[in-house]
Structures are given as structure tokens and as C-alpha cells.
Design a protein around this ligand. Structure first.
Ligand SMILES: Cc1cc2nc3c(=O)[nH]c(=O)nc-3n(C[C@H](O)[C@H](O)[C@H](O)COP(=O)(O)OP(=O)(O)OC[C@H]3O[C@@H](n4cnc5c(N)ncnc54)[C@H](O)[C@@H]3O)c2cc1C
Length: 355
């Protein structure tokens, strides 16, 4: 019998698997490779100051120090380079924003994240007439590289099976599970947006959102991420990533002309120069109604768990919460109430009552 069977090897499954291996637990992963998975498509940014209101992201003081230690360790374990620390330059929209940020720079809550405030334009090719703020502690993870390196390592170690998981073959026993000929103490679902469609956790209020990004031919000798309306990364893999869009209605992974236009319009508001589009990709983010991850144990089956709902910020959230979840599974720490799926157990009991 193994300790954990993990379903899905996106960012969630890879990091959970690694955290378990670090604690000497035996694992097996079942994953049907999908080049359009959210992790394979994602831009991979981690940015402590985000959103339209441009404020410090949830738990930034805890999750950012954690991720800066975590990813270099994971690089070593997987023998691959995918972690790139980069400053993030965000031009100010107007004088008010410039004033706001000048006063914020004295606020101790922001000192770890603000590197510089500029009150005049810094880049000839960028629309930044009011200057901008340079944010530290951010960067880019080359996620598809991380996933491929994880895939290779797990295959080499004979702990990854490339196939589609099918609920029909799963049996829940007293204090373990059986899947075909595999017996495990627990099964943990890390299937991204696919968990919303059917299975043990489809009662959770997922709110999957399609996203598209463009891959641009390097067009400028910069080494920062630019972010206003859209983001543009420096060429970490020979292309600059630019995006992204949010579409809650389209559930396909097909790139669209509409998204391409939307991103390029935003690009033109940020940069004064042209860029050539080399590729365009689309994927579905496993986002949730309350914008918090879905982590925990099934209300009825102690041996069935989920690590999901990483939404738009998987790169920042997954390192810290995969660690916390493993501590919880192994009875050595608690799970943050804001991520614990216990907050939605009533939805499950209602769904059972109406069956
Ligand atoms: C366009 C775009 C841009 C993004 N940019 C960023 C960003 O800059 N920063 C950031 O932090 N996040 C970003 N994200 C979000 C990020 O991708 C997610 O938070 C994260 O990657 C989700 O990982 P996951 O492992 O939960 O899901 P997934 O990556 O979807 O992985 C799920 C895995 O499960 C497998 N699977 C599913 N069903 C089955 C089955 N039945 N049998 C076997 N295997 C199965 C899939 O094949 C896949 O490998 C972006 C997403 C998109 C789409």
C-alpha cells in the first residue's frame, strides 16, 4: 500500500507530490498530459501587488518569503531552471496615483515590496509620463518547464502513470482507497478545472475562467516585467509573454481573435513600439467563487482529499499551501479556515439531501 495517490500533475499535483516526498511519504501520480492545462499555458507571474486597485495581495507577507525559498529548492530537486526573480514596473496612471504611492512608500506594510518610486518617465519606449513604481519580490516561473521537469523526474522514479483517471474504478474502503490494482491510504484530487465538472468535489463552487496569452518575439532589451492593463515579461525562454484575458462564458481551450485584439490593444497602451506575435495559447484557470483555494478532506470520506482552486495566483499560493496541507494531512498542523473546504460542507449535505 502507498501513502498517497495524486490525480493530476499540474502545478498543484507537482508541488503536493514534492512536499510529500520531502516528508518521506510514498506517492503515485495519475495524470493525462494536457498541453492546454492551466499550468502549461500560464504566464507564471508572481506579483505581491495586484488587481485593479493595485494593493498587496492576500497573505503576501507570508507566501512571498516562502515561495522565494521554495522554488530554488524545487529547481534543485527537479534539476531544471524555471524560477526568475524580476522587478515589476508599473507606470502611474495619473498624478493622484503617483501621490498615493509616494505616501505608501513610507508605509511599513509596503516597504518589503516597493523598490523605487519614479516621478518622471523612465523608459523612452513605454507610456509612463507620470513615472511609476518598481515592485520587488516578484518574478516569473517558467511553468511549462517546471511541469515537464516534474513529469520527467516522476516518470524516472516510476511514480507517474500517464492515463485518464476514471471515478468508476475507485473504491472507498474503511481507511484507504483502491483504484484498479493500486491501494493507497489517501487519494488527493488535483485536476484543475476538471474537478468542477464531475466527481467527488463537483459540489464546490468553482468559477472556472478562461485565459489567453500571447507569446511575443523579444522586442526590447528590458529585464523587468511591465504591468499596466496587461503584463509583459522579459524573454525568459526566448519569448515575451503578454496577457491575459478573463472569460467566464467560453469553456473551450481555443485561442480567439477577440482575445488577441484585446491583449494587443492593451500592449499598445503600455509600449510605444510594435511587437511580433509568435504564438497564442488559451487555458482554463481553476478559479473559485470566493477567490480562495479549495483544500481539504471530503465531508464523508476521510481518505479523499482535494488541493485545487488556485485560480489566477497558483504560482504564489501553491508553495505555501501545499506545505500547510501536507502538515494537515499528516496531523502536524492546521489548515487555514479561508482555504479549508469545510467552509462549503453545507453545500455538500444539501446536494446529498436533494439526490
Ligand atoms: C492564460 C493563463 C495565464 C495565467 N497566468 C498566471 C500567472 O501569471 N500567475 C499565476 O500564478 N497563475 C496564472 N495562471 C493560473 C495558473 O495556471 C493556475 O493557478 C495553476 O496552474 C493551476 O494548476 P492546477 O494544477 O490546479 O491545474 P492544471 O494546471 O489544470 O492541472 C491539472 C492536471 O490534471 C490533469 N487531469 C485533469 N483531469 C484528469 C483526469 N481525469 N485524469 C488524469 N489527469 C487529469 C490535467 O491533464 C492537468 O495535468 C494562468 C492561467 C491561464 C489560463
Amino acid at each position: 500500500m502507498i501513502d498517497y495517490l495524486i490525480v493530476g500533475q499540474g502545478l498543484a499535483g507537482t508541488l503536493l507530490g514534492y512536499q510529500l516526498i520531502r516528508r518521506n511519504r510514498s506517492i503515485l501520480i495519475i495524470d493525462e498530459y494536457d498541453e492546454n492545462s492551466s499550468s502549461n499555458v500560464a504566464a507564471g507571474l508572481f506579483n505581491p501587488i495586484t488587481g485593479k486597485r493595485f494593493v498587496k495581495t492576500w497573505l503576501a507577507d507570508v507566501i512571498f518569503p516562502y515561495l522565494h525559498e521554495f522554488y530554488p529548492e524545487l529547481e534543485e530537486f527537479l534539476d531544471e531552471k524555471f524560477f526568475f526573480k524580476k522587478e515589476i514596473y508599473r507606470p502611474f496612471k495619473n498624478i493622484e496615483e503617483q501621490n498615493d504611492w509616494t505616501s505608501k512608500s513610507g508605509d511599513t506594510a509596503y516597504t518589503n515590496f516597493i523598490k523605487n518610486i519614479y516621478q518622471t518617465s523612465q523608459f523612452e519606449d513605454v507610456h509612463d509620463p507620470y513615472g511609476g513604481v518598481e515592485i520587488g519580490n516578484g518574478g516569473v516561473i517558467h511553468l511549462s518547464k517546471l511541469i515537464s521537469a516534474g513529469r520527467k523526474k516522476f516518470f524516472d522514479d516510476k511514480i507517474l502513470i500517464n492515463e485518464k483517471f476514471d471515478d468508476q474504478n475507485l473504491r472507498i474502503l474503511d481507511s484507504s482507497i483502491r483504484y484498479k490494482n493500486i491501494q493507497a491510504r489517501r487519494i488527493v484530487f488535483c485536476m484543475g478545472h476538471q474537478n468542477a465538472r464531475k466527481g467527488f468535489f463537483s459540489w464546490l463552487p468553482f468559477r472556472p475562467v478562461k485565459g489567453e496569452i500571447l507569446y511575443l518575439k523579444p522586442f526590447h532589451p528590458f529585464d523587468k516585467i511591465f504591468n499596466k492593463g496587461c503584463f509583459v515579461t522579459p524573454p525568459v525562454d526566448g519569448t515575451c509573454r503578454c496577457g491575459s484575458t478573463y472569460d467566464w462564458r467560453d469553456s473551450s481551450c481555443s485561442p480567439t481573435e477577440k482575445a488577441r485584439k484585446e491583449i494587443m490593444e492593451k500592449f499598445e497602451k503600455l509600449f510605444k513600439i510594435d511587437a511580433e506575435i509568435l504564438d497564442q495559447k488559451a487555458g482554463i484557470r481553476p478559479a473559485t467563487l470566493d477567490r480562495r483555494p479549495f483544500i481539504g478532506i471530503h465531508p464523508e470520506y476521510e481518505s479523499v482529499g482535494i488541493f485545487n482552486g488556485l485560480g489566477t495566483k497558483g504560482v504564489s499560493l501553491a508553495p505555501y499551501f501545499s506545505d500547510q496541507f501536507v502538515g494537515y494531512l499528516e496531523n502536524s498542523s492546521n489548515l487555514d479556515e479561508e482555504v479549508d473546504i469545510k467552509r462549503y460542507y453545507s453545500l455538500y449535505y444539501n446536494s446529498v439531501r436533494h439526490r
